[in-house]
Design a protein. Sequence first.
Length: 305
Amino acid sequence: MTFTDTRKLTLNGQPLPDERIGSLTEADASGDLFAQLARDGYLLLRGAHDATEVDTARLEALYRLAEVGEVAEPTEDGIASGRSHRRDIYPNTVELGAFWQSVSEGPALRAVINGPRIAKIMDRLFGEKSQHFSFAWLRAMTAGRASPLHVDHPYMNRGSKRLVTCWTPLCDISLADGPLYILEGSHRWDDIRRQFEGHDVDQDTTRPGHIEESAIALAQRKNSRFLTTEFKPGDCLVFGMFTAHGSFDNASQTGRIRLSCDTRFQPAADPMDHRFSGSSPTAHNGLGYGCLSAALPMTETGKLR
């Protein structure tokens, strides 16, 4: 794609130099997915999901957020109300986690992120039967917020070494809405791998799981670019555990909520990280879905998980 106004892309309010911005390359869905992932560090899969099913999942999540007063009328527009009574109803971490688990296990959402279409693609990617974590990372990103630069390995490294992330946008995501970015070539950066390989955020709480170096400074040091695009319902972005990524600021002028969901796939024959499997996954620190910043009211901030 051609970017028409890269001024909409900021990190912590800071605009990016134009020469540091590039476009994600669309994957050849009929080609060798494993080879493309190894080459690029990601797969941008247009139309991986059914767009109508994605919109149903979007509405399902928005109506649950409206239940706790966080979405303005009409709910279908997905505009944050700037208010919340989530904590009034669910006053502690356990109850907040249980609420967010119920939202994250909505049948319409699961039909998309764990459905047969994406499972078939993952089977092709691995060349064998795949399976997914039962835990899902549903996020509702309000204006002014962004996901920090990180690699996924420190957060989920007790199982398969062939684990991949599937990031699914649940709405249109323009440049102004804070799309996901990938740092070009980062899956081959040995220094980042050495820094994080083997690091488990639950076993060593003295070290952060995210990359502390400024994303812009790291891109300049590596002569890399922020690769991104505008996303549509049905799209999916797949990447490995050492691909550095984050999101731009949600700079929506209307208060539009950016909805997305991560899940993880691996070969079914490989061991699975027990923290994220089963009907009651313990996740980080044994908190289940309560470990996620998304479990907090949208009017509050917390450490991103």
